[in-house]
Design a protein around this ligand. Sequence first.
Ligand code: CAA
Length: 474
Amino acid sequence: MSIMRQSSIMPVGIDDLAIYIPKLYLDYRDFAEARGIDPQKLEYGIGIRKMTIVDTNQDSACMAANACLKLMQRNHLEPNDIGRLYVATESGLDESKAMNSFVVGMLEQIYGEDSFEHAGGIECKFACVSGSYALYDNANWIRAEENNNKAAIVVVSDIAKYDVGSSGEYTQGAGAVAMLIKEVPRLLSFDPKVTSTTIKNEYDFYRPFGKETPLVNGTYSNLLYLIQVRKAFDSYKEKAIRTGLIRINDGESITDHIDLFTVHLPYRKMGEKALAYLLRHEWRTLPRWDSVIKEIGFAEPVPKDPRGTIESILADTEFMKADERFRKSFMQTSFYNEVYEKKMSSSLEASSIIGNLYTASMYMGFRSLLEYEDKKNHNIEGKRIGFGSYGSGSSAMVFSGVIQPAYKEIVKGMNLEEEIGSRTKLSMDQYQGLRENERNLNDSYVRAKDEFVLVRIGGSTADKAGVREYCYCN
Ligand code: CAA
């Protein structure tokens, strides 16, 4: 897809990314058997085959540090090359001390004491969307030339953990993605002046202080995700047309001008549903809709109160039922499937074998898109990627970027399974034991090698209370 107007704004974006995924996982068949669920529901209804679980000696800070170290090592970066280190997470470890300070502490074990002293950064929180805000803020720090020729690193790191026996339990996962943000990036250049957000005070998914697992209204959170991302997308569309980034001809949708999509992925199926929701919204006023309806064989249902609130729509049970039926039929059409295969399927592969990564899930989707498009021998240079980020509570951010010519050198040799490394399958008993904290911190299932782990929380003296100690294991 062509870029309508070359911007005079300095290109800034993602130069490279690195991932860290813990080595323990649950197989969906074992999980289904233990919980009395049809495994087909997990494999196809949710889209999960392997769910990542953290070991006893891992937390969101050491996962972030591991991803960050990989990123620095493979790009031969020194701390002096980095001006900002941001960590976005909803698995915070301290009400006051920011997670990036733990990460700096770990990295300084490798690069030397005070080697990051010149840098800055914060921990960001807004459920799963905060990494996108961190990227945006750091891109603008570089655009404003406040960066003194240094790059920024944004790390998204999370542990998705739900109550045992809840419907969220099969959408767990863990991992981190570290991204190098630079001018003239090799991978993706952000489209300027089109990033769009929505924000609203909501209680779809939240975790009050001291609570280890979230309180979730699953159905409400799904619908809210769809509505908020769609609203942010409407605003993106208005900006993309106004700035001349994208020109839409008669009968076209803006989705025709976005080559690939990556969206927040609490579970694989949610990505498929988000695409369906967006396409329905974009296409229903276009001439092609008649052909879509013809293929479906029945009309799109309308809620009793079409301008009603999300609550009134959810309470309209007749509409909700009819709409689910319509959505499922729409997702069977050749129209949907063509877009899905071409523009989204590659971004969903990683989610099925890793699980939910909260802040990191959309960026793992981006990583997945790069690798699986390459495996399909698709040249995506110059293609526009649309990002749909969602954080419960709630806020959405929609933005886009264009794949740069040098992306090929980064994508070459990408292999997710190899990069994760050999993994250990947990039995349900072992998983249960981890959930009940039966094993202590130093009694891990996997012997750590070439990575940071947590070795102690709180020393023997009062002044060490709550202090977390990490070390790098060779
Ligand atoms: N074979 C194949 N498919 C089957 C099946 C079977 N035997 N049985 C059921 N299914 C299908 C269902 O038809 C359904 O498919 P559709 O989505 O196409 O309708 C799918 O499996 C899911 O089944 P349910 O509708 O029964 O849903 P559930 O009770 O399993 O709950 C959930 C799903 C609400 C997502 C729940 O896992 C949950 O609460 N998760 C946590 C909250 C969440 O992830 N919300 C997402 C939006 S908020 C967000 O994104 C932030 C975040 O990261 C948390």
